[in-house]
Write a new protein. Structure first.
Length: 216
């Protein structure tokens, strides 16, 4: 009997993973490396900028499936939930319009492209003043103040890497494991520097937007 060799096909995906934990706001009037103890190992102020976001959906078809589509300062971004909760979120971020169109079609069956907003409708328009710091080399601390007065912050970790496995399902398991590890890193970071973050349950910008009865 001749020995046979079975060649396993492999699936490789390069993607950007984003894990974030929200907080109510900064607990110190001015964030600095030595504002309290223990001090940050390093802290770089990345400045202020104004961001304009327009969110799109149709009958909540996307948001019900954990997909958030926005046009941010002229660039399309789809954030696809990969677990976690509202306050500690795990996302895969897609920025290629063609890939975004494919993802939206899978969820909604709408077959449109970015030139007509993927066949979706505006659900919210927000203008945000954002301040950002890079702490300990890896962690982005973000403080957002919306044009309607709401304030919320996030600690973010973002990594772009290639995952390879024998199937899409196996690749997804590898992504999930990577994001779980990233979330644990953020938890440790926020516990170590608890003095920097206000305690309590934060309210996200979209939730606050709709609670105030705002519309595009």
């Amino acid at each position: 009997m001749k020995a046979t060799t079975r060649l396993l096909s492999s699936v490789a995906q390069r993607c950007t993973l984003e894990v974030e934990r929200k907080f109510r706001g900064l607990a110190v009037p001015a964030l600095s490396a030595t504002a309290a103890s223990p001090p940050f190992a390093s802290l770089e102020y990345l400045g202020k900028k104004t961001i304009r976001d327009t969110y799109y959906d149709r009958g909540n078809q996307l948001s019900a499936r954990g997909v958030w589509l926005r046009l941010r300062d002229g660039q399309w971004q789809a954030k696809i939930s990969r677990g976690g909760t509202y306050n500690n979120s795990r996302f895969e971020e897609v920025t290629d319009p063609e890939e975004i169109g494919r993802r939206i079609k899978n969820v909604t069956a709408l077959d449109h492209d970015h030139r007509n907003n993927f066949g979706l409708e505006e659900m919210a328009v927000l203008t945000t003043l954002r301040e950002t710091w890079l702490a300990d080399g890896d962690y982005k601390i973000v403080s957002d103040t919306m044009d309607f007065g709401h304030v919320v912050g996030e600690v973010e970790l973002e990594r772009t890497q290639t995952f390879e496995g024998e199937s899409d399902a196996q690749v997804q398991l590898l992504k999930d494991a990577a994001m779980k590890e990233m979330d644990a890193e953020i938890v440790g970071f926020m516990e170590r520097y608890a003095w920097a973050f206000l305690p309590g349950t934060p309210t996200g910008k979209l939730t606050a937007y709709f609670e105030r009865g705002l519309r595009p």
